[in-house]
Design a protein around this ligand. Structure first.
Ligand code: KG4
Ligand code: ZN
Length: 337
């Protein structure tokens, strides 16, 4: 089959997302739960699960009409099987299994981070391997060596918070709602990072750690007087230096990994890859040290189902199908499926 039509489903966290991948054509939709969770300052798993249940079927019907694809044209169903919130994953996996059974089409179980990395192939990027993939999201900060497409060796990861989590918590300390990463991105554009410089986190080998810089931010905010704290200029300057420290650490470790592993290219994926400074600094570093840098368009960086359909397509081409008794695994590691 030259161009199979793949339905992608993603429900691992706080976004219900569906997509139809049909050769060059991509249709994708998502329903964000941010409004539900932001009053709690983070994701409430029980509420996430309930919202996925309410949203998944209507969203599926909508993607069929948006894409112009009839249900019986779908050739395979790709779904995130882990990692993520178990109840949230269960909704997507159960829906995908039922549909695969009813339509008599194969099921493709996808690892969420493989989905993020696969986003780069939605835009037909020609990646030269070996590559280093940095996956930076709200739950992960992982560095992989990819000797070829579909093969991953973990080189380093965060020992405490993920980069997105550190940005979200930093923004929260300044009084902003979840998710704080995009807020910090916006505030930093007008900020002076030299006014409150933080040292760049440095951890052993190719690992990351962001708890030190987060504590430094917290200490600085608590010893700042109230009138300064309410000044938008303070928010902008402090965000700029906090974000700079986190981004520098990501760039330095990625370049170190690329040099050590004689990589040809860098792939930067996950929600934090939407960050303006990270995109700019990573491209500049790639140019300086001679690595091709691939970063998906912003719309494919944060959680979406087009990336899951794309990862599913690679599995479909390898005849790597899941059985209908597959269960979601909240702690799934890359390479386990
Ligand atoms: O990949 P993702 O959508 O979900 C997970 O798999 O975790 O990533 C969400 C994370 C959040 O921490 C959010 O604050 C961060 O990505 N994020 C950003 C930006 N857009 C999303 N962080 C910095 N700058 C952005 N523009
Ligand atoms: Zn994600």
């Amino acid at each position: 089959m030259s161009n199979p039509i793949i339905l992608g489903i993603e429900t691992s966290c706080d976004e219900t997302a569906v997509a139809i991948l049909n050769g060059e054509k991509i249709a994708h939709l998502f329903s964000s739960q941010i409004e539900i969770h932001k009053q709690y300052g983070g994701i409430v798993p029980e509420l996430a699960c309930r919202s996925h249940i309410e949203t998944i079927a209507p969203l599926y019907r909508k993607i069929l009409s948006v894409s112009g694809c009839a249900q019986d044209q779908i050739n395979a169903i790709a779904v995130t099987a882990g990692p993520g919130l178990v109840g949230a994953l269960l909704v997507g996996v159960s829906f995908a299994k039922s549909l695969a059974y009813a339509l008599r089409v194969p099921l493709l179980a996808v690892h969420h981070l493989e989905g993020h990395i696969s986003a780069i192939f939605l835009e037909h990027e020609e990646v030269v391997f070996p590559a280093i993939a940095l996956v930076v999201s709200g739950g992960h900060t992982n560095l992989y060596k990819m000797p070829q497409k579909g093969k991953y060796h973990l080189l380093g990861k965060t020992l405490d918070d993920a980069a997105g989590e550190a940005l979200d918590k930093g923004a929260r300390l300044l009084g902003y709602e979840y998710p704080g990463g995009p807020v910090m991105d916006r505030l930093s554009q007008k900020g002076d990072r030299m006014r409150y410089p933080f040292s760049t986190p440095n951890c052993a080998g190719l690992h990351f750690s962001f708890s030190g810089v987060k504590s430094a931010l917290s200490r600085l905010i608590s010893k700042t007087d109230d009138s300064t704290k309410s000044d938008l200029g303070f928010h902008a300057d402090i965000s700029a230096s906090y974000q700079w420290a986190i981004v520098e650490s990501l760039v330095q470790k990625t370049i170190l990994a690329a040099k050590q592993e004689n990589a040809k290219s860098l792939i930067i994926a996950g929600g934090v890859a939407a960050n303006s400074l990270l995109r700019k600094r990573m491209k500049a570093a790639g140019e300086q040290f001679g690595f091709a840098v691939h970063i998906p368009s912003r719309e494919y960086c944060t959680d979406n189902a087009a990336m899951i359909a794309m990862a599913g397509l690679s599995r479909f081409e390898r005849n790597d199908f899941a059985s209908l008794d597959v269960s979601p695994n909240p702690n799934l590691s890359l390479g386990q499926i």
